[in-house]
Write a protein that binds this ligand. Sequence first.
Ligand code: GRE
Ligand code: ZN
Length: 332
Amino acid sequence: MAMHGKIGLEEHFAIPETLQDSAGFVPKDHWNILSARLLDVTEGRLREMDANGVELMVLSLNAPAVQAIHDADRAVEVARRANDFAADAVGKHPDRFQAFAALPMQDPDAATRELVRCVTELGFRGALVNGFSQVGEPETIVYCDDARYAAFWDTVEELDVPFYLHPRNPLRSWAQIYAGHEWLLGPTWAFGQETAVHALRLIGSGLFDRNPRLQIILGHMGEGLPISMWRIDNRNAWVDAPPGHKARHPIAHYFQRNVHLTTSGNFRTQSLLDAMLEIGPDRIMFSTDWPFENVDHAAKWFDAAPISENDRLKIGRTNAAKLLKLGAHTFR
Ligand code: GRE
Ligand code: ZN
């Protein structure tokens, strides 16, 4: 039986300034469709949602977009435009769309200010950032565990909104491992590898000791982390050597307290069950990854997945409503 009232948290749009960033991911003859889907935040999208029992999409900008704009002033400008565009879409259908902020992480103070503006003035539900940022020049990259973001993270925690860590490809110059094997780039493999390591950097840096109430969201059923979580903390246990990271507790400690997963682009029962066993049904949320994936593929799989109806309701809807504080004013 189809579940109604689902909420999706990894559902992208593009503005003209960022549209081309998504062009290389599909064959040329599919670009017309993908670009039209990315630019549409009205009828076509609502039709997809209605047909598949999705009541609400939390909109976010495509990737890498702002994170790839090494000129900080330009990054600030494009993030602002994207967020204003999203706010407009939400304003027209507040019961169907909410939004995550795009952030110019090239300038930590500006990113903090933009997050505050988006959450307190525009009513956004959190932020979505596409991995590392190129800062000042194309080859200078900064991950979110960098010390420059300490005050930014304090603000995220204070605002009590989640931070969605979304994939991007590694820079070619940093990823010889994929040379000659470009098929591994993007959602096939490199997105997950890049994002899993980034998440582990955040945890291992001690971020969640400094900001214990901070909540991070990972897509794609956790970017491979659930299946690896035991091994990350237990490698060569007989040696009894310290793990070498800066965090006070084992990595799994934070994975279970500071991380949420979504089903975006990973419509696989085996992977869902493994994630449920590692992180529990209270920290997993339905998502599509529209328009890179089809809403009907996500929904048909999820609605029929062999889990309890109680867990389906949590994962499909109530976990997100709680984490994003979707009140009765925006949401039935
Ligand atoms: C995504 O947003 O997850 C994505 C892209 C590009 C290709 C595939 C994909 O940004 O899933
Ligand atoms: Zn995505």
